[in-house]
Design a protein around this ligand. Sequence first.
Ligand SMILES: [Cu+2]
Length: 334
Amino acid sequence: MKNKVKVVCAFYLLFISSHVFAKENSHPHNGSHANHVYGPVGVMGEHPHSKGDWMLTYAYNTMSMNDNLSGKDDVSTSEILTDFMVSPTSMTMQMHMFGLMYGVSEKFIIMAMMPYSLISMDHVTRMGTKFTTKSKGIGDLKLSGNYTVFERDKQRALINIDVSVPTGSIDERDGTPAGANQKLPYPMQLGSGTYDFIPGITYTKSINFWSWGAQAKAIIRTGENDNDYRLGNNFKFTTWAVRKINNHFNGSLRIEANSWGNIKGADPELNTAVVPTSRADFRGGKRVDLLFGVDFTKSNNRFGIEAGLPIYQNLDGPQLATDYRLSIVGQLIF
Ligand SMILES: [Cu+2]
């Protein structure tokens, strides 16, 4: 399975690179790309496409978490270890996202996105033993439709309807001091295990060298997964401004507010006395991030980077707090 994913990725990258050179050397650009306003690279589903256009996206997203918060207050490892046998100390999430977008008409686009995630969490026990758990694999497949409902005077409003299909594992296991092959807690799992509906609305406007936009999205989970729980719903609002620096470079500033609920139900294999990450009621929270981005556009290709820092966090916890996040994105239209 893992080798298969590697082979698919290798072909994918080969395909992108061969296409980049083919475009650069032969075909003149048809101009459809330039007419569409793009948001920062960390925002998805904010732009339309011309009919018949395909777009390939590769995104590398990483998030680093360090130290624990309960509400807005720091909680030390020793405080956590008075109530639990184990405390998480840091976590790194990396995600390779592959996306394919197609313009069905000037107003309607469809998109499929598949993530591959690598998660690593460091812990310390009451006895002072340090250990790390890891999980990796494909996440949940996302199928999207974006429809332009309004377009006038360089303003555009899109309705986003996404469905998340539970292709990611919720049965990841690894070795811990409690034994080999232990069921890993909620944040180490790769998927939600449920079909999730993700409705959204996006607005963009451009004036000369500037463009700005806003997007609201909700993740609504349905039913209960095979491990007797359902992740909390999520509400996200983001707004941004993009400044054209020259014909190729754009700079962006963005604010993103996220609010997500606790888990309903519980995985019966997890012991809630061991570690806070196995508590279904220590998963919710609110966070606001400030993000800076720059992207480079040439003919049909776009390459960009966006980095973000939290400016507000309020977590049901103790729960690991976000330190920073980073997205590196490559896009190709053909
Ligand atoms: Cu696109």
